[in-house]
Design a protein around this ligand. Sequence first.
Ligand SMILES: Cc1cc2nc3c(=O)[nH]c(=O)nc-3n(C[C@H](O)[C@H](O)[C@H](O)COP(=O)(O)O)c2cc1C
Length: 181
Amino acid sequence: MNTVIEAALGLHYTDLAVDGPVAPPQGDLVDEQAFRSAMAALPTGVSVITTADGEGVWGMTVGSLTSLSLRPPLLLVCLHRGSTTLELLAREGRFAVSVLAQDQHDVADAFARPRTRAAATSCTTADGLPVIAGAVAWFTCQHRHTYTSGDHAIVIGAVAHAEQRAGDPLLRHASRYRRLH
Ligand SMILES: Cc1cc2nc3c(=O)[nH]c(=O)nc-3n(C[C@H](O)[C@H](O)[C@H](O)COP(=O)(O)O)c2cc1C
C-alpha cells in the first residue's frame, strides 16, 4: 500500500516508536524459516477479525490477538501489510474479533483465504458488527491506531463490548490445530 492510499484511508502508519525513530536492524538476522519454526512452538488461540461494508461481511483468521491495555480497554492484532482486512477495518473504523471454539477449525481455514466473505448464517450481530456464531468470546472494537513495522501492521482497537460463553477455545501449535485436552 502506498502512502497516498494510506493517507486517503486515514491510516496512522508510522515506523516511529514513542521515543523516536526506529533504527534499522543491525548485523545478521535470523533466517525466516528458523524464525517461523521457533515461533510455532508458542501455542496461540485462533480468532477471526470481521468487518462489514456495503458489499457484505469480510473475515480474516489471526493468531496474533493480544490484550494491550485495561484502562482504557485496548487489544491489538498484527496483520500483514497486504491484507485486505487491514484496509477495510481502517476504512470502516470498527471491527469485531471472535475467539474460535475448539470445533471451529473449518472456520479458521475458511477465513485464512484472502478476501473471504462470510455467509450470513455463520454470523450473529453485536453492536451492529458481525461476529462468528459459536465463538467462545467476542469483542467489538473501534479502530484506534495502525502502526507498521516490517511487513506487518499492529492494529489497536478500543474495546466497546466483550462477551464470553462456556466452551473451550481452538488452539494452534506447531502448525496444527489443537484442543486444550
Ligand atoms: C491459524 C492462523 C493464524 C493466522 N494469523 C495471522 C495473523 O495473526 N496475522 C496475519 O496477517 N495473518 C494471519 N494468518 C493468515 C491470514 O488469515 C491470511 O493471510 C488471510 O488470507 C488474510 O486475509 P485478507 O487478505 O482478506 O485480509 C493466519 C492464518 C491462520 C490459519
